[in-house]
Each structure stands twice: as C-alpha cells, then as structure tokens.
Ligand binder design. Sequence first.
Ligand code: TUI
Length: 314
Amino acid sequence: MQTRITRMLNIKYPIFQGGMAWISEARLAAAVSNAGGLGIIGAGNAPGSMVREEIKKIRELTDRPFGVNIMLMSPQVEEVVEVVCEEKVGVITTGAGNPGKYINQLVESGCRVFPIVPTLALARRLSRYPIEGVIAEGGEAGGHVGDVATTVLVALLARELKIPVIAAGGFADGRGLIAALALGAEAVQLGTVFVCSRECRVHDNYKKAIINAGERSSRVTGKMVKRPVRCLDNKLMRYLEEMDRKGVSPEKFEELAAGSLRRAVEEGNRETGSFMAGQSAALVNRVSTAAEIIEDIMSQARETGDRIDKILKE
Ligand code: TUI
C-alpha cells in the first residue's frame, strides 16, 4: 500500500502515530517507526533540552524515519524549534496553533513540515508556505480539538489542496484507514489506539479507561474559554464543564486544569486526571504491541478493501 506520503517519507505503511504531549516518548515512537509507521515524539510543554534527549534516544532505538510534534501553545516553543532545527529532525508536525512564523526556519534546516489543521480556512492560509502536507484533524480526536467532523474536513481539504492530506480524528483500525483513503487522504494519524500499546509509558489506569470507553465516554470541555479539549469523562471533566458554563476566565480555567494530564499519565488518578482520548477509544479493546496494532490495521484494511472491491463489481 503506497501513497505519496509513504514514498516521500520512506515508510512502509501510511500510518502516523500522533505526537501526544506527555505520552509520545522516544520508546513509543521508535516502536511505531520500527513497525513501519511514522513514530512521532510529542514535545508538549517540555523544554528544549528534554526534547533533544528524546531525539537522541530515538536515534539509538531506530534507524527508521521519525518525527517531532511541536505544540504551539507551549511557552517553550521557540527553543523547541531551535532544537529540532539543530538536530535536523526529518518530519515536524505542529498542533494547537498557527505555525506560519516557524515554517521557513524549519524548512531551511531540512525539516518536512506537516501542520495539523482543524479547518479549511487555516489549511488554505498555510498552503502558501513550503509545507509537504497537512494533517486534517476532526472533532472526534482526543486532546485539543476543532469541531468539524473528520469526514467533512478530510474531503474538503483533499478536494482543494494539491499537497497530500493525512486524516486524523476517529481512526483506530483498518476500516478507518480505508475510509480515510476513500475520502482522499494518503495516510492516517492515530493517537488513542497507540496509548494502549505496550510500549506506551502511561499508567495502566489510562489504558484501562480507554479499553472500557464506549462511543459516548468522552466529552469536550473548555469551549467557552476557547480551549476545547476532548477527554474521557470523569469527576474533573464534569467540574471543568460546570466552571466553563459559569463563565470563569480563561486564566482561572487553565489554573483548574493545570497538571491534570500529568496526573492521568503518571498517577493514573481516575478522579482528577485528564484522560485525553478520542472517540475512537470505543474501538480499542486491548493492549498490544505497536507492531501488532499496525499489523492488525493493515490486515483489516486489506480485508476491507477486498470487500469493497466486491461490492463495486456486483
Ligand atoms: O494539538 C492537538 N492536540 C493536543 S495539544 C495538547 S496539549 C494541551 N493541553 C491542555 C490544553 C491544551 C492543549 C493536547 N492535545 N491537536 C492538533 C490540533 N491543532 N487540534 C486543533 C489544532 C489547532 C487549533 C487551532 C490548530 C491550529 C489552530 O489555529 C488557530 C489559529 O491561530 O488560527
């Protein structure tokens, strides 16, 4: 299964692993890259020095291509950009903001840039920069999200843009991969399913929460303060939603949510942690290795492709 993306990046399968803050460390990203996908380290709010350590670590663990996600709301964003340029990281994805002012610097250092976009408007604006593709992330995704459905966003972008589109938000299996290709995407990006990989560092309670989740187990809080984040429902999420509805300031909201992702990832705190996850959590039913996840996706994609072939021929 080859697309412009697999050929451009020299990867075996059209599968990106989302660069999730606090979650996507070198160990997970290396496992994904070694299995034929594109592993991505999530810089999140980490300082440049820590990102550099993770880059050095992944280079020890794999000689396959990998990427780094730059979270643009991070106060450390400038130094993270410096580090990935110095380290000449092959693939940079960006999230949670407009990466416009960093793109030329990244490209001049040899990085291929793939911004994550939640709207057609931002994709149009960024398509004037020297980017290699866009990651179209719909509102089904986990973490910081937009509100356009993945199906609509991917189709719109694929129809209009000349550069490749990678579909994100709601994907966890081979059926989803084929659906993404049908919409015009040339790869998918998956986060939630890789949280449930053996190589992922999160607390067991995080993995269990995803495995137990159904299709309505997540909710988006922080819409009023313009920080919409999708997480699995719990006591903290109900509290944050109430505070958001009562009209607390963005600063107060931020303060109430501070540290909650760390409490989920490191302590597995079911009541006060932010268990960021997408709607695809409903599709994830077990913990397996990154290689097993990718092989399962690819074999289900082939079966799905055959089934559709048959329908089309009847
Ligand atoms: O970035 C993500 N997902 C994330 S980042 C994150 S860390 C965090 N923690 C707590 C609160 C907030 C963030 C957790 N999950 N996905 C990619 C993504 N980017 N989704 C939506 C966007 C986005 C939103 C607005 C991209 C650009 C954008 O631009 C606005 C503008 O300035 O035009």
